[in-house]
Design a binder for this molecule. Structure first.
Ligand code: THU
Length: 136
């Protein structure tokens, strides 16, 4: 049986962690929350740096928290902007999320939940590496 995803709880966790973002350069704090097995919620915020390119997106921070706390499989994610509205993950973050949620990961969007496969079609994945096995 699949447990229902509590999007209200996920959005609340994203909004809460967004308030702790470190975004002095962009002024754009972001929060990301994910739900893993046993319905555990993990969250992360963006962490910027004076060397701009070293900044970390909220989704990447959330994934680091997830893996560090033993959650390797995400079922759903919700990301929020500085106003607490649902935000779509940037392109790089979609690839990072694919690693730990797969194409079936449910991504919260302003238009409702959508599978990651729809937001990152024809993604680079493990099968591409397997095809290159003979050359490695
Ligand atoms: N940002 C995220 O944390 N996630 C996204 O999906 C989009 C952008 C952050 C990066 C940067 O710290 C700030 O938002 C402005 O781009």
């Amino acid at each position: 049986m699949t447990t229902e995803i509590d999007f209200d709880a996920l959005r609340a966790a994203a909004r809460d962690v967004m308030t702790r973002a470190y975004a002095p350069y962009s002024g754009f704090p972001v929060g990301a929350a994910g739900i893993g097995s046993q319905s555990r919620i993990v969250a992360g915020c963006n962490v910027e740096n004076v060397s701009y390119g070293l900044g970390v997106c909220a989704e990447v921070a959330m994934v680091a928290v997830a893996v560090s706390s033993g959650v390797r499989r995400l079922r759903a994610v919700s990301v929020c902007d500085p106003d607490g509205r649902v935000l779509l993950p940037c392109g790089r973050c979609r690839q990072v999320l694919l690693e730990f949620g797969g194409p079936g990961l449910v991504v919260d969007t302003p238009a409702g939940p959508r599978a990651l496969a729809e937001l990152l079609p024809e993604a680079f994945g493990p099968a591409d590496l397997e095809r290159a096995d003979g050359r490695r």
